[in-house]
Design a protein around this ligand. Structure first.
Ligand SMILES: [Ca+2]
Ligand SMILES: [Ca+2]
Ligand SMILES: [Ca+2]
Length: 293
């Protein structure tokens, strides 16, 4: 009797303890797997956003190749670019993309900043622009200073860029440089999950094949020189020790009325101004660009 009684009591006490332990373990496992699933889903969302940013960046480069300009930003969320807007949303309709392709994993359309400073002979977004190479060249040369910039070297320096596309990340808000309303952006902030893509002027210049059609002219003289030609609508001043990109067939003039031509690139491979006291600029065509020799 007592043996059978013990037999009944012991397992019943043990089972309760065991059940409590199992419940604790199951609880821990559930918490762990939930955390893991949550992290996996966050990683997947970031990856999806990253892929879409790349789609938009490629579409912008493609747009530039087809239209010789970059689109303005979208200011009223209809996906269509709005003239004069340099900061806003990605103009996905103008780019031929869907809203989903231009949005992060949470459905928020990417932000877009396009460089709009007036370069020589217009800006990158001008609908009437005839000389995108010339404008890109002005940025590369530093003749025109860009407003849109991204951080490099872990945030130590800024680089001028043609455009930036931004996503807020999983916390659905911007941090640091991306949140302060100016046109400097960062991608290397360890306390931020923002995602950004951008493109510099040199890549666009090369993709457009600009170097093949333009002379790079360095004015090495002590005087300013003035150039007319190609798509220039009026004389363009090239200050001493400054470079400029000149379309083939351009003509140089000695003063700002463009009446006294000092050189022509249309049919010569080399121009030497060393013989004149006021014109010591020497340029040489090397098949790709004109450089000082
Ligand atoms: Ca619009
Ligand atoms: Ca900023
Ligand atoms: Ca963020």
């Amino acid at each position: 009797m007592s043996f059978s009684g013990n037999k009944v009591d012991r397992p019943s006490g043990f089972t309760l303890l065991e059940m409590a332990l199992v419940l604790v373990i199951v609880g821990i496992l559930l918490t762990l797997s939930l955390t893991l699933m949550l992290n996996l889903s966050k990683t997947n969302r970031l990856k999806k956003t990253q892929n879409r940013l790349e789609i938009v960046r490629d579409a912008l480069v493609g747009y530039m190749l087809n239209h010789s300009r970059l689109p303005y930003a979208d200011a009223n969320s209809d996906g269509i670019e709005d003239s004069g807007q340099y900061v806003g949303k990605v103009p996905y309709v103008s780019l031929g993309l869907t809203k989903a392709e231009s949005s992060d994993a949470y459905g928020q359309v990417f932000d877009y900043d396009v460089e709009g400073s007036p370069a020589i002979n217009g800006s990158l977004t001008d609908t009437t622009s005839q000389n995108i190479c010339h404008q890109l060249g002005a940025y590369i040369d530093g003749v025109t200073t860009a407003t849109t910039r991204v951080t490099l070297d872990g945030g130590k320096s800024f680089a001028n860029v043609a455009f930036v596309i931004l996503a807020k990340g999983n916390n659905k808000q911007y941090e640091g440089e991306n949140s302060d309303g100016d046109r400097d952006y960062e991608s290397q902030n360890p306390n931020s999950d923002d995602l950004i893509k951008w493109e510099g002027f040199i890549l666009l210049y090369n993709k457009l094949g600009c170097g093949k059609e333009f002379y790079r002219l360095l004015n090495n003289s002590s005087k300013d020189i003035y150039v007319l030609g190609g798509d220039y609508s009026s004389c363009t001043k090239i200050s001493n020790n400054k470079e400029a990109f000149i379309q083939k067939g351009a003509y140089g003039y000695s003063n700002n009325t463009c009446t006294n031509q000092i050189f022509s690139f249309s049919d010569c491979e080399q121009a030497d101004f060393g013989s004149s006291a006021n014109r010591d600029t020497k340029v040489e065509w090397d098949g790709v660009s004109v450089t000082d020799r």
